[in-house]
Design a protein around this ligand. Structure first.
Ligand code: AMP
Ligand code: MG
Length: 405
C-alpha cells in the first residue's frame, strides 16, 4: 500500500501540470486583505535597502582609527533617526547617533553607548573599535530594482512587511481555489437540526471548511448527500463546477460506501484509493473532468488528518503557490507507545517545550471518531509503519496541527 509521503507526491505531481496549463486569474488586493494569498506578480525593490548607511545602535559615530581603547573625543553634535544628514563627518571628533539614523559620510563605525563614558562634551572609549561595526551599509539588504518577492510565494507577515517596505500597497494575488465540500451519510444531519437518537451532526463540513480557509482555499459548502447513488451523483455534479471537490465518508468497504462507484460512473480516474496510514487508510484521490476529487474517510479525525496530508498540497498548487512541506518536528516521547505495525499511525498528542528540549505526550483517545481528544491535542505523533514499540525518551516525529501551532 502507498506510503503517505508517496501519496503526497502524487497529489503534487498530478496537480502541477494542471496549474501550468490553466493559469490562475488574479486580482489586486490591499495588503491588509492579502494574508495567506499566493502572490501573482513580481515585486521589486523601489530603492536601495537600507536607503542610507544605517546605525544599528544608540552610541557615537566615529572614525574607527580615532576611537581606540582609552581614547577621548569631543562630541560635536547629534543625529536622530529621520534627520537629514548632509554634513560630512569632521575628523577628530565624534557625533552622538541614535538607532536607525544615517551615519554621516566619513564616519566608519558606531560605538555602543554602553562602551563609552561621557564627561561634559568628552567621550572616552572603553574598547577597541573596528571598522564598519554597528553600521548596515546602504544597499546591503537589497539594491534598487532587485526582486523582492517572486510570484507563487505565500503572503505571510514577513512578505507583507517587505511589500509595505518597498511601497507596494496593493498586490496582485492569485484567485483562491474553490473547494466544494460534500459530506455523505444517511446518519448525518445539519448542525441546525435536532439529531434523532441514531443521527450525528455534520461536524465534518465545519472542520473541512475551516481547514480549507486555513490553507488558502475558498470553501463552497454543498451540505450532505444520502448514501444513495442518485442523491450522491446529483450533489457530486455540483461539486464538479469547482477546482477541488472534497467528500467525507462513503469510501470504506461497507455496502453503502458509494463514493468511488458514483465518481467512476461520472468519469473519474483515480490516482490512489488507499494509503498506508491510520487513521485515514481508505482516502481516495482522483480527477473527474476538470476537478480534482478527494474522498476522505468520514470519521472526523481521519477526515482532519487526511485533509492536512493530501488536500493541503493540492490547494497550494492549484492556488498558484509552491506546495508547503509537511512541517514535521522532532520531540522526546514522554510515554511508551505500542502500536500495530504495517501502517503509519498518527496519534493525537500534546507537544510542549518547557525544559531544555521539546517533549510530546500521546493522549488517550477512543479512535478516529473522538473529536474531543483532538481538542486536547495540538499535534499528531507520527509512528512509522515498521515500529511496534517506541520507548519513552526516544525522539519521534510530530506533525503539528496547523491551526494551533
Ligand atoms: P464512513 O467513512 O462513511 O464510514 O463514516 C464513518 C463514521 O464517521 C460514521 O459512522 C460517522 O460516525 C462519522 N461521520 C461520517 N460523516 C460525518 C460527518 N459529516 N460529520 C461527523 N461525523 C461523520
Ligand atoms: Mg458513511
Amino acid at each position: 500500500m502507498l506510503p503517505f509521503q508517496d501519496a503526497r507526491k502524487l497529489v503534487i505531481r498530478q496537480t502541477t501540470p494542471h496549474i501550468l496549463s490553466h493559469p490562475r486569474q488574479a486580482s489586486k488586493k490591499n495588503l491588509a486583505d492579502a494574508l495567506g494569498d499566493a502572490l501573482a506578480q513580481e515585486i521589486r525593490s523601489d530603492r536601495d535597502y537600507p536607503p542610507f548607511d544605517r546605525s544599528t545602535r544608540d552610541g557615537y559615530a566615529v572614525r574607527s582609527v580615532e576611537a581606540s581603547e582609552g581614547a577621548t573625543l569631543r562630541c560635536a553634535g547629534e543625529i536622530k533617526a529621520g534627520d537629514t544628514v548632509t554634513q560630512p563627518f569632521v575628523p577628530g571628533a565624534c557625533i552622538q547617533i541614535m538607532t536607525g539614523a544615517a551615519v554621516p559620510a566619513g564616519a566608519d563605525a558606531v560605538v555602543m553607548i554602553e562602551f563609552t563614558e561621557r564627561t561634559g562634551d568628552n567621550v572616552t572609549f572603553q574598547r577597541a573599535t573596528s571598522q564598519g561595526q554597528n553600521i548596515v551599509k546602504k544597499g546591503s539588504e537589497a539594491h534598487s530594482g532587485d526582486l523582492a518577492l517572486r510570484p507563487g510565494i505565500r503572503l505571510g507577515f514577513a512578505e507583507l512587511a517587505l511589500a509595505a517596505q518597498v511601497g507596494a500597497a496593493e498586490l496582485l494575488c492569485a484567485r483562491r481555489p474553490r473547494v466544494a465540500i460534500l459530506s455523505t451519510g444517511d446518519e448525518v444531519v445539519p448542525i441546525t437540526e435536532q439529531p434523532g437518537p441514531f443521527h450525528i451532526r455534520n461536524s465534518n463540513s465545519v472542520s473541512l471548511a475551516a481547514q480549507v480557509r486555513l490553507v488558502g482555499g475558498e470553501p463552497v459548502s454543498l451540505g450532505n448527500a444520502l448514501d444513495r447513488t442518485d442523491d450522491l451523483g446529483a450533489k457530486i455534479e455540483l461539486g464538479l463546477n469547482e477546482d477541488i471537490l472534497v467528500l467525507s465518508g462513503g469510501v470504506s468497504m461497507g455496502k453503502y460506501d458509494l463514493v468511488e462507484t458514483v465518481l467512476k460512473s461520472l468519469g473519474a480516474e483515480f490516482y490512489f484509493d488507499a494509503v498506508a496510514i491510520r487513521p485515514g487508510k481508505p482516502a481516495v484521490f482522483g480527477r473527474c473532468r476538470d476537478t480534482f476529487v478527494f474522498g476522505l474517510p468520514g470519521n472526523p479525525v481521519s477526515t482532519m488528518v487526511t485533509f492536512q496530508l493530501f488536500v493541503t498540497p493540492a490547494i497550494d498548487v492549484l492556488g498558484g503557490a509552491r506546495p508547503r512541506p509537511l512541517p514535521l518536528l522532532e520531540a522526546n516521547l514522554t510515554k511508551t507507545l505500542h502500536e500495530k505495525p504495517g501502517l503509519t499511525h498518527f496519534l493525537p498528542a500534546h507537544f510542549e517545550w518547557t525544559g531544555i528540549s521539546p517533549e510530546v505526550c500521546p493522549l488517550s483517545w477512543q479512535g478516529s471518531g473522538d473529536i474531543a481528544a483532538l481538542t486536547r491535542a495540538n499535534c499528531f505523533i507520527v509512528v512509522p509503519a515498521d515500529r511496534q514499540d517506541i520507548p519513552a525518551g526516544e525522539k519521534v516525529s510530530v506533525l503539528p496541527r496547523l491551526d494551533v501551532i
